[in-house]
Write a protein that binds this ligand. Structure first.
Ligand code: NG1
Length: 403
């Protein structure tokens, strides 16, 4: 059977591609806005992915065409200081890994390629990291940099900051290192991944609000502001705990704080020192951390109801303490629950994008039906499962192959 991407490459470059690189998007089950605070997350990789077919070049040029006509072909020379395009330009997600690999691994060799991605853009499903990883893995392989998946994921997390988002490392890690059929509990500094099987009758419904959370626009500023607020809150709480002699010295980072004092005690100190906004941010981070730890246990025990309850609590905290939900996200969460989901929450950064809801084989049809009837135009929904409403199939991480 002919592969349309291979055909697209042939018609653009006149020869057959020799290699393919692919990296999936992800849906985060729980642990939102914790990664950049060094605290754990629990995502799964999706069946939707960025895929590139390519031919390595002998020089330092990268030419990458996109099967979507709205994204014009990008061409640049690999180097340690690659000029970015305008904010939000898709080419920046191609240049990001190239510059980082040139800086850290002296990888200079480029490729000719064609990209196709079916990860919805600006939906909280990490289309950006799927692209960064697919390009990064291709460049790492053709330059023989010899990094394992986690080391490369770490490097890709640094690389993506080229695009202006001060992200954590969740997306690059799950997209590089996922196992099919499993969720991953990911910890940071150093990056560690524990694979946890997803019970066979659990169904994760992903529903898109259709509101794009553009990481190059206001959502990026809001995201980066949250990160600064978390840093400010941490510093003030640590200073307070040192002042009352509960800490002998200032600790660095949330993980060290939460190893040194109990979460409840950290919250008490926060109530003493933080203003209303910083207190809410801090409370979200500390309580979400506890939810992730518990969620991993509940997933291992196949405790469907318990896991759902944690998802609900996560959404509540993201809505009222972290203020990253929206009317549309809240509406989809409410509909999923009405349809019988055990839990539902926004996924990804928020400000728009998708929710994820936990259903079972027994409840999934009703959940889908309630979402379609309550939110989507029935005429757009002749295929019940489509680009905006689908079931997450926990998938494997990025791969590179000779064709
Ligand atoms: P999305 O929603 O895919 O933009 C972002 C960050 C994650 C994480 C989540 C919130 C990037 C590439 N991704 O994801 O690291 O912080 O928000 O939990 O910055």
């Amino acid at each position: 059977m002919s592969d349309p991407l291979v055909e697209a490459f042939r018609s653009r470059f006149g020869v057959a591609p020799t290699h393919a690189s692919r990296a999936p998007g992800r849906v985060n089950l729980i642990g939102e806005h914790t990664d950049y605070n060094g605290l754990p997350v629990l995502p799964v990789a999706l069946q939707r992915e960025a895929r590139i077919v390519l031919v390595p070049r002998e020089d330092d040029v990268v030419r990458l065409a996109n099967t979507e006509a709205e994204f014009a072909e990008v061409e640049f020379e690999v180097g340690v200081a690659i000029e970015p395009g305008p904010p939000g330009h898709w080419g920046n997600y191609v240049k990001a890994p190239a510059q980082e690999l040139a800086r850290r691994c002296a990888a200079w060799r480029g490729f000719d390629g064609v990209l196709s991605s079916d990860v919805p853009v600006a939906s909280g499903l990490s289309s950006s990291s799927a692209l960064v990883n697919a390009v990064g893995l291709a460049l790492a392989e053709i330059n023989q940099v010899g990094l394992n998946a986690l080391a490369l994921a770490d490097l890709m997390a640094d690389a993506e900051r080229y695009t202006g988002t001060r992200g954590g490392g969740m997306d690059q890690a799950i997209s590089m290192a996922a196992w099919a059929g499993h969720a991953a509990r990911i910890d940071f500094h150093p990056l560690r991944v524990r694979h946890v099987p997803v019970p066979a009758d659990w169904r994760f419904v992903v529903a898109d609000t259709g509101v794009r959370a553009e990481k190059s626009g206001p959502a990026q500023a809001a995201y980066n502001r949250r990160r600064s607020e978390c840093e400010e809150a941490l510093e003030a709480v640590v200073a307070e705990l040192v002042r009352v002699r509960r800490l002998r010295r200032a600790v660095k980072g949330y993980p060290e704080l939460l190893r040194s004092v109990h979460g409840a005690e950290a919250l008490q100190a926060a109530e003493q020192t933080l203003d209303a906004t910083l207190l809410k941010r801090f409370r979200h981070v500390v309580t979400e951390n506890a939810r992730v730890v518990e969620a991993q246990d509940l997933l291992s025990q196949a405790d469907h109801a318990g896991f759902g309850t944690l998802m609900d609590a996560s959404h509540g905290s993201l809505r009222t303490d972290y203020n990253v939900s929206s009317a549309e996200l809240d509406e989809l969460v409410a509909l999923a629950k009405e349809g019988g989901a055990s839990g539902a929450r926004l996924t990804g950064a928020g400000f728009g994008g998708c929710i994820v809801a936990l259903a079972s084989m027994a409840t999934v049809d009703e959940v889908l039906e309630t979402l379609v009837a309550g939110y989507y135009e029935p005429r757009d929904m002749t295929d019940r499962l489509n680009q905006r409403l689908f079931l997450a199939v926990p998938s494997g991480g990025a791969s590179f192959e000779a064709l």
